[in-house]
Design a protein around this ligand. Sequence first.
Ligand code: NDP
Length: 457
Amino acid sequence: MSYATVNPFTGELVKKFPDSTDAEVEQAITDADDRFKLWRTTSFKERAAVMQKAADILRKSKREFAKILTLEMGKIIGEAEAEVELSAQIFEYYAVNAEKLLKPEKIEVANPDEGEFTLVHEPLGVILAVEPWNFPYYQIARIIAPQLSAGNTMLLKHASNVPQSAAAFEKLMLDAGLPKGGFKNLYPNRSQVEKIISDPRVCGVALTGSEVAGAIVASQAAKALKKSTMELGGADAFIVLADADMDKTVKWAVFGRHWNGGQVCVSSKRMIIVDEVYDTFFEKYKEGVAGLRAGDPMDPKTDLAPLSSQGAVDELKEKIKEAVKNGAKAIEVGPKVPEKGSFMQPTILTDVTPDNPAYYQEFFGPVSMLFRAKDEDDAVRIANDSPYGLGGSVFTSDTKHGAEVAAKVSTGMVFVNHPTIVKADVPFGGVRNSGYGRELTSLGIKEFVNKKVIGVV
Ligand code: NDP
């Protein structure tokens, strides 16, 4: 049995969940396929009513939903409530916009006398979502809200450490009026996931997670000639130019690196500071990080969460050890974190050179890498010297110039004077090893639709 709730703050095994049986998996696919045939014929208005109801329920029971996140992956309760609200916003966004986003488009042809051509967007069928534990609700919302709104039906394989969050969302959708078979949570093992992907009734898979999982699931989809989208890791650059407002910049740097315990694909993982202000930034950043208080994630005064599991802490410590072995300097910052629970001491890594494997790695927790850039061009060069290409940011008092620098950063998203933003109405996704495809807005809803041409000649 690999699905279980373990409280990261206490280490207590709260509850185990049995794996899905083969018969349950088969039934879920059948139900989802049967439901698709009906769901695809429903109006946008009917689907919007379900999405809006889901948003309303999330808001009404915000605290109850949030407590499950805090229990299962240690998220600070305030951040958990914010995640519930963000998920509600995503449902609401598609309730309001899905019809408009998928409306038929007239195709402009060179000679209109040759006929009228229209692009329509038809749902594909059953889609599988494979999701990670770092935002247990948001990750589900940002795939099911657009796909259910488009007329697809969904199966979910969530991370094995957040089974209650997954179950809460299945119940949420039923309570919102989504008919049985529209969205089903499973607790499948690896081979069952592969079987789902290769089943002819399943039309695509969306995964968020590590590069390793992404490569495996993407290749399974490719083998079955299925569409896939991959939202994988990131090592966002946080570029600080000489004219940046240092106090505001440091505040955002501390937040950008440490929210959600530093376990965000778009955490500001690489601080790249131009030489002139490097020392000032370094001192103020250390001070800022030292001000974080680790503790009970249910306590509103806590601002540094435990990591999602003890395994995550052990892996991170091992990576730091390797980085140091290869020449990096590691500075532990702030008061000692509690010994009990899966806490990780905030750590700053400096002197990480390109011959150090850490230079190209993603640290999934409160570990900051600081780089001294010779100048602005050098900062952009360091930012782009990464296998990842997810988000990033540029801090400067000259926002027009900031946008010019942002244009040179090779990622899917770059923000001036803010760490990478996660918002219901802004698309999300990256390039290179950060994956492919986009989630949210019109881009997300069009990932799993048949963009079909109807020509009248
Ligand atoms: P994983 O990529 O292992 O897990 C993400 C999801 O993929 C989980 O549901 C997991 O299931 C599933 N999965 C993993 N391997 C397979 C497989 N072979 N076949 C089918 N499903 C699979 O992430 P981890 O939780 O292990 O985190 C490891 C690293 O991933 C982090 O350190 C970070 O770098 C990155 N990550 C990135 C995230 C992002 O938002 N982009 C989010 C989380 C992690 P199960 O839990 O059962 O293994």
